[in-house]
Design a protein around this ligand. Structure first.
Ligand code: ATP
Length: 468
């Protein structure tokens, strides 16, 4: 992780927020390459989930919603984590994420004041402080994770609003607007990519868990009775998506939740997990939310949220029309968390070999995700014809919608190394021979192979490789 955090800072993927003021806990800024990677991830998600399907449409809802939404959804009363304070080192942490130990077992830790070694026994609740190992802990207090603010100039209970802790609720409250304006019929989905906010008690592992983050969520509305099939379908589709973008198959898995792990409304749920440097952890949650959300919003808004099919008979009564509250299957992924997973997975260090005197660091990102797709170099900087030609080629790539980058600084080997480190899959070099036959060298990041190609074919060759 230390290597990835350092690469992110050095090469402009991710910076601590407001760093000149010492940074702000758990807030991060995406730099020139990080924003490209994040946009490519959300763009790929949008392409597979929305553009390439007839049954899913997108929305972009406001972050601040009517506070009644969060009352109905259960977030005002129940979106809480159990907060505990360590009485030795005063660290605050989530009880449900603390290291578990059998009650009564002995642990060693240091006294908070004197730093002397102490021994103690794990209490009945069966966990210790994750920072100092002390079993001496405050009672658990439920802490609501929603950020509150006020809408309008007066700070009062009535003006309290929340920054959304998930994007999903906007799909439920817009359910009827979307299906009537777009004439959709279940099964259909509504998708959204956007920021969410949670006042997380423990923020750890860089951008894995932050207070402001981005989600990619889709609510799939289906006829009750078909929900189990759709749950299985989305579980397999979402796993395939990560694999299609190059995550190592031995590092991604789906883990079904045990009944006690499930949210109270979920009929089935589980996580797509990735093997991060600290172990398996959640990348995406997939849940069969039944009709819980639509039912709650129907009750508290007083608006009917049923789907009415005039051409079908109700199977219970035999009469037309068939009215039902759809069940919902939800794949809820983290965009910022995916950035970290793709960075961890693609990071590679190659030691020096017989063929190469120097080792290299290479991000083996899928070409679709790579922040820069192609870098174009003139072999020598001082030759105006070469620099002019290289700039022309860069412009051709821009015109075709391919993010490309011009670089003339340092020796060619250094330029390749800089691009390898940020995952650029293709480098094109313009040299003396280009002047004679209008060909250039294309060099491939992963195996460092070099081919001679026609300038006129360059854009098409790269486009095809990206689609592979
Ligand atoms: P956790 O148990 O890790 O707190 P969760 O199960 O509450 O997460 P969901 O509500 O299922 O998370 O959110 C869906 C997805 O949104 C998660 O799989 C994750 O990718 C992302 N996500 C949730 N909280 C955060 C966060 N604080 N920082 C970054 N991504 C997050």
């Amino acid at each position: 992780m230390a290597k990835i955090v350092s690469l992110c800072k050095r090469r402009g993927f991710v910076f601590p927020s407001s760093e000149i003021y010492g940074g702000l806990k758990s807030c991060y800024d995406y730099g020139p390459l990080g924003v490209e990677l994040k946009r490519n991830i959300t763009g790929e998600w949008w392409r597979t989930m929305v553009h390439e399907r007839e049954d899913i449409v997108g929305i972009d809802a406001s972050i601040i919603m009517h506070p009644a939404v969060w009352k109905a959804s259960g977030h005002v009363d129940g979106f809480c984590d159990p907060l505990v304070e360590c009485l030795e080192c005063h660290a605050r942490f989530r009880a449900d994420k603390a290291p578990r130990l059998p009650p009564g077992s002995e642990v060693a830790y240091r006294d908070g004041k004197t730093r002397e070694k102490k021994r103690g026994k794990v209490e009945a609740r069966g966990y210790v402080c994750p920072e100092c190992n002390s079993p001496s802990l405050s009672p658990e207090r439920m802490f609501n994770l929603m950020f509150r603010t006020n809408l309008g100039p007066i700070e009062s209970e009535e003006s309290t609003v929340y920054l959304r802790p998930e994007t999903a609720q906007a799909m439920f409250v817009n359910f009827q607007n979307v299906f009537t304006s777009y004439r959709l019929k279940p099964p259909f989905g509504i998708a959204q990519v956007g920021k969410s906010f949670r006042n997380e008690i423990t923020v750890k592992h860089f951008i894995f868990r932050s207070c402001e983050f981005e989600q990619m969520e889709m609510e799939y509305f289906v006829e009750p009775g078909t929900d189990e099939e759709w749950f299985a379908y989305w579980r397999s589709e979402r796993l395939k998506w990560y694999l299609s973008l190059g995550l190592s198959s031995e590092k991604v898995r789906f883990r079904e939740h045990a009944p006690q792990e499930r949210a109270h409304y979920a009929k089935a749920s589980g996580d797509v997990e990735y093997l991060f440097p600290w172990g398996w952890d959640e990348l995406e949650g997939i849940a069969n939310r039944t009709d819980f959300d639509l039912k709650r919003h129907q009750e508290s808004s007083g608006k009917k949220l049923e789907y009415v099919d005039p051409n079908r008979e109700d199977p219970r009564t035999g009469a037309k029309p068939f009215r039902f509250l759809p069940y919902v299957v939800e794949p809820a992924a983290g965009a910022t968390r995916s950035v970290l997973a793709f960075l961890c997975d693609s990071y590679d260090e190659e030691p020096p070999s017989e063929a190469r005197a120097e080792g290299r660091t290479v991000l083996r990102l899928h070409a679709r995700l790579a922040p820069v797709k192609v870098a174009v170099f003139p072999l020598v900087r001082k030759d105006e014809w070469l620099t002019g030609k290289a700039r022309e080629i860069v412009k051709e790539f821009w015109r075709s919608g391919t993010n490309s980058f011009y670089d003339e600084k340092d020796a060619i080997g250094r330029r390749y190394a800089r691009q390898d480190e940020v995952g650029t899959p293709f480098c094109i070099t313009v040299d003396g021979q280009t002047r004679e036959d209008d060909t250039v060298t294309i060099r491939y990041r992963d195996d460092m192979r070099q081919d001679r190609i026609k300038v006129a074919d360059a854009v098409e060759i790269v486009r095809k490789k990206i689609l592979e």
